[in-house]
Ligand binder design. Structure first.
Ligand SMILES: [Zn+2]
Length: 58
């Protein structure tokens, strides 16, 4: 089952969305985006939790 994530779903003023074949692949895309677009070199635990809650089945 594919997974998808929208940055706006965790309250970011951002229109970025991504989907991937599984959660691990999606999290890699999210981490790369967070670093590039939001200047987060590391995603903290609280944010990681929000992201996992916001991931939806596609
Ligand atoms: Zn974003």
């Amino acid at each position: 089952m594919a997974k998808k994530f929208a940055c706006s779903s965790i309250g970011m003023q951002c229109g970025w969305e991504a989907s991937a074949k599984d959660e691990n692949a999606l999290m890699k895309q999210v981490a790369a985006h967070a670093k590039k677009a939001h200047n987060m070199s590391k995603i903290d635990d609280a944010t990681m939790h929000k992201i996992r809650d916001a991931i939806e089945e596609e």
